[in-house]
Design a protein around this ligand. Structure first.
Ligand SMILES: NC(=O)c1ccc[n+]([C@@H]2O[C@H](COP(=O)([O-])OP(=O)(O)OC[C@H]3O[C@@H](n4cnc5c(N)ncnc54)[C@H](OP(=O)(O)O)[C@@H]3O)[C@@H](O)[C@H]2O)c1
Length: 261
């Protein structure tokens, strides 16, 4: 067992994608945790599992569509069978809802966004409660700075993330007496491949450089830079760790000071 903040612990991460999901798995491992990795893309799970193992921690990959109840049950059972305990669950998986005004957006697409971004996280959390209760564990919901503004075309995304925040707060009230903490982190833009692609796209559209788009966005933050996945992941490591043992029902913004909350 290492000496990190999460030494001896087991953390389950949903939505291990190329950005924050990968960062979460790697930073939890760096902090001493064994990691259970869930998402649909098996190849990516294997790649990230390799990085976890290189850090000397155990990685268990469980290909999972979190909108599939049976697959989630398999995930919870496999995590417990393989690792014997679960100390942390990070609900990171998300599906981008349509970026359209609420006055015109397709209602079924909004509903589908709720399925992955809210209800699937609830389903997973419920499945892990007994294991979390057994070792005084905690849950972290990954939210977004979309909570802090009401820009056009972000309505469906904001509705889903606002519901996720409400859910985390109520779960905290329900699970606190059972010794399980439930917190939220709300990143602003995360400087990873998805955003790099998006800034390139905006730059081409406007006939400016991608660096210019980056600088304009960074200028709106106090630290004048956009956080990287590992920096956001470290806030999650803190929330999962004993350092946060008296913190529950809270939302921590990780945005280089773009929004003050
Ligand atoms: N990127 C940003 O700038 C930003 C800003 C604010 C907040 N956030 C939040 O941060 C979190 C991570 O965002 P990210 O952009 O860095 O993404 P990411 O962690 O790189 O990837 C998320 C992964 O979720 C997985 N996923 C989607 N639907 C799923 C399902 N039904 N079952 C299982 N897994 C599923 C996808 O993998 P599979 O296709 O393999 O399943 C996807 O790769 C999200 O909650 C997002 O709202 C991101």
């Amino acid at each position: 067992m290492g000496a990190g903040l999460l030494a001896g612990k087991v953390v389950v991460v949903s939505g291990v994608g190329p950005g924050l999901g990968r960062g979460l798995a790697v930073r939890c491992a760096k902090a001493g945790a064994d990691v259970v990795l869930a998402a649909r893309n098996e190849k990516r799970l294997d790649e990230v599992a390799g990085e976890v193992e290189k850090l000397g921690q155990r990685a268990v990959t469980v290909p999972t569509d979190i909108t599939d109840a049976a697959a989630c049950e398999r995930l919870a059972a496999t995590a417990l069978e393989s690792c014997g305990r679960v100390d942390g669950l990070v609900n990171n998986a998300f599906a981008t809802p349509p970026l359209k005004d609420l006055t015109t957006v397709d209602i079924d697409a909004v509903r589908a966004g709720f399925e992955t971004n809210v209800l699937a996280a609830l389903r997973l959390t419920r499945l892990f409660v007994p294991a979390l209760e057994a070792c005084g564990g905690s849950v972290v919901m990954v939210n977004s700075a979309v909570l802090r503004h009401s820009r056009r075309t972000f309505g469906a995304y904001k509705m889903a993330k606002a519901a996720l925040l409400a859910m985390a707060q109520n779960l905290s009230t329900e699970l606190g007496p059972r010794g399980v903490r439930v917190n939220t982190i709300a990143p602003g833009y995360i400087w990873a491949d998805n955003l790099k692609w998006y800034f390139d796209h905006l730059a081409k559209k406007r006939g400016v450089t991608a660096q210019q788009v980056y600088d304009e966005n960074a200028a709106t933050t106090d630290l004048r830079r956009l956080p990287e996945p590992d920096e956001v992941a470290d806030a999650v490591v803190f929330m999962l760790s004993p350092l946060a043992r008296a913190i529950t029902g809270q939302c921590l913004d990780v945005n280089s000071g773009e929004w003050h909350h």
